[in-house]
Design a protein. Structure first.
Length: 94
């Protein structure tokens, strides 16, 4: 099973990294980016382990461990499609 990132998800990730780069440090930004990517990359053997989303029908939500982010994904027969990376304080979708 492969992982596909939508342009919107990549934009979300870039904005998150830029925020931490500006507000904290390059090291923190890299750490945050690495944690999000590693958790997404851990999904393929058992992507059904993450909860079904009540906010967006047909998707699942990966709560990023020790960070205030949720990754919305859609599962297909051969891929995990990353749709968005959203801060938990944000009302999504709106």
């Amino acid at each position: 099973m492969r992982i596909l990132w939508t342009d919107e998800a990549l934009d979300d990730l870039a904005e998150i990294v830029a925020y931490y780069y500006a507000e904290a440090s390059p090291r923190t930004a890299e750490s945050v980016e690495r944690r999000i990517i590693e958790q997404v990359e851990s999904l393929p053997p058992f992507p059904e382990r993450i909860r079904k989303s009540e906010r967006i029908p047909g998707t699942r939500e990966l709560v990023v461990n020790r960070l205030p982010y949720i990754v919305f994904v859609k599962l297909t027969s051969d891929a995990v499609v990353v749709l968005n990376v959203v801060h938990t304080a944000r009302k999504f979708p709106v």
